[in-house]
Every structure is written in structure tokens, then in C-alpha cells.
Design a protein around this ligand. Structure first.
Ligand SMILES: Nc1ncnc2c1ncn2[C@@H]1O[C@H](COP(=O)(O)OP(=O)(O)OP(=O)(O)O)[C@@H](O)[C@H]1O
Ligand SMILES: [Mg+2]
Length: 255
């Protein structure tokens, strides 16, 4: 569904945040995009969603190059950015109706779709409460609901569980799995919670300092690195630490 070739971003003519990324996100994937702080994840999402221009490289959406069909891309994707504000004085329902009107939906479909997405993120009962009274978890769920309003094929979520308690994390996790299974939404997610990613994603990419270290399905990734990691029941976190030099600053792998 999404394919990049040689995607690169240089900020201010001197800082290469993303270096030649070749990514492949398949239809129906829950795709985990992982990497240490500063690896270039948010920068990549911003390029994939047309928010910033790549310095070099190409992005394809359903085999069509994005620069030739930006509007088509925008009509078919939803984005929950890393940090974003809400109109806190609105109720959850008013907020969604407002965004639905920005998408140009007619009144009947605005109301119908708002009710549907509220249901999908389990906020129906809180729909008429003002957002300033929402917990952080509820706000994030509302943000996910907003990304779904125009029935996109894929949603990009940049650390949607950041700052949430374990229950809040679990709620988001369940919602994403359900959206993927029942509505067929493809999900591109970044997170530092590797255990959650391992549970919900079928495919992951690990980036470090702007470069792709690996992209694979989780079972295949675990099989590949099992022999090298010399540990029983190797998990995604083991592979992450093996490939990156995050742990105590050691580089275990010459990349
Ligand atoms: N607008 C900008 N101008 C200049 N440098 C930037 C800009 N945005 C990001 N960077 C730099 O690019 C690098 C990658 O940043 P990015 O935010 O993409 O990383 P990230 O993987 O999302 O990190 P995190 O896990 O902390 O969210 C960082 O070194 C960052 O300081
Ligand atoms: Mg980021």
C-alpha cells in the first residue's frame, strides 16, 4: 500500500534526519515503525503523509507516486501526530462533527459517521462531555476517532500511547486490533513499547540515526536473530537491543 524508495530528509541543508529509506507497508498490516529517540520516525511519518517534502526519494501509495496525487493520498489516509491539541471547550461529539464538516460530508453522514467512530473507540458514553474533562487516554481515543472520520485506508499513529497508564495503553491496543480486523484499516504505528508492538503488529521496521536496520514480519525476524542472540525465547525487545546500540551505549552489531 505504501512503498518508499530512497526516502531522504535533510533539515536546514545540514542535518540528515532520514537517510535512504526503502519501506514496504502492505494492505492490512499493523506495521510497527521502531527506533530510538531521534531515529527519524516522526520525520518519516511527516514525509509519508505529505506534511513535509522529502529532500530525495519517492513515496508510492497504492503503486502511484504521491507527488502526482497528493489529494488522493490525503483523502485516503488519517494521521494522529506526535503532539497535537484539542479544542478543549468542545464535547467529543462536537469536535468530531466539526472535523467531519471540514471533510465536506453532508449533515446526515456527518452525524452517522461521528456516531460510528465514537463507537469504534469506545467513547459513545462520553460523547457529550467536554474534552477538558477527558483523561489523556480518552483524548488519544478521540484523536484516533478523528483520523477515521473519512474512512481512510491507512492511519498513521505517532506514539499514540505516550503517557498513558497500562489500562489506557491496553485500550488503545484493543481498539487498533479491532479496527484492523473488523474494518480492514491498515495501521502504521510508532511506539517505544516493544512488548505491545510485538503483540499487535505483524510487521516491523527498526530505524536508527535515519537508516533502516531491518524490515520484516515479527516471526521471521525472531527466527533470523534467534541463533545470533544466544538466548531462549528471543523477543522483539532482544532483537531491538541487538541491532541498535541503545543498551548501555554498546554497539553489538557493526552497522
Ligand atoms: N524541523 C526540524 N528541523 C531540524 N531538525 C529536526 C527537525 N525535526 C526533527 N529534527 C531532527 O531530526 C532527527 C530525527 O527527528 P524525529 O523527530 O524524526 O525522530 P523520532 O524518531 O521521531 O524521535 P522520537 O522517538 O524522540 O519521537 C532528530 O535529530 C531531530 O532533532
Ligand atoms: Mg517522534
Amino acid at each position: 500500500m505504501i512503498k518508499t524508495i530512497g526516502l531522504r530528509k535533510v533539515y536546514n541543508n545540514d542535518y540528515e534526519a532520514v537517510k535512504h529509506l526503502d519501506l514496504n507497508v502492505g494492505r492490512g498490516d499493523i506495521y510497527g515503525f521502531l527506533g530510538p529517540n531521534g531515529a527519524g520516525k516522526t520525520t518519516t511519518i511527516r514525509m509519508l503523509t505529505g506534511l513535509i517534502e522529502p529532500t530525495e526519494g519517492m513515496v508510492f501509495f497504492n503503486d502511484r507516486e504521491v507527488s502526482k496525487g497528493k489529494q488522493e493520498l490525503k483523502n485516503n489516509i488519517g494521521v494522529l501526530p506526535e503532539s497535537h491539541g484539542y479544542y478543549e471547550w468542545m464535547t467529543g461529539k462536537q469536535y468530531l462533527l466539526f472535523f467531519a464538516s471540514l471533510y465536506g460530508m453532508n449533515k446526515a453522514s456527518r452525524i452517522q459517521r461521528t456516531n460510528d467512530v465514537l463507537e469504534m473507540v469506545d467513547l459513545t458514553e462520553k460523547a457529550n462531555i467536554r474534552i477538558h474533562q477527558y483523561s489523556r487516554g480518552m483524548k488519544q481515543r478521540l484523536g484516533i476517532a478523528r483520523t477515521l472520520l473519512h474512512e481512510p485506508q491507512i492511519i498513521f499513529l505517532d506514539e499514540p500511547t505516550l503517557g498513558l497508564d497500562p489500562q489506557g495503553q491496553k485500550d488503545i491496543e484493543n481498539i487498533l486490533v479491532q479496527l484492523n480486523k473488523e474494518q480492514g484499516v491498515t495501521i502504521f504505528i510508532t511506539s517505544h513499547l516493544l512488548k505491545d508492538i510485538e503483540r499487535i503488529c505483524n510487521r516491523v521496521a527498526i530505524v536508527q540515526r535515519g537508516s533502516l536496520l531491518v524490515e520484516d514480519t515479527i516471526p521471521s525476524l525472531l527466527t533470523t536473530y534467534e541463533a545470533m542472540i544466544e538466548k531462549e525465547n528471543v523477543n522483539l525487545e532482544d532483537v531491538f537491543f541487538f541491532l541498535t546500540d541503545e543498551k548501555r551505549g554498546e554497539s553489538k552489531h557493526d552497522l
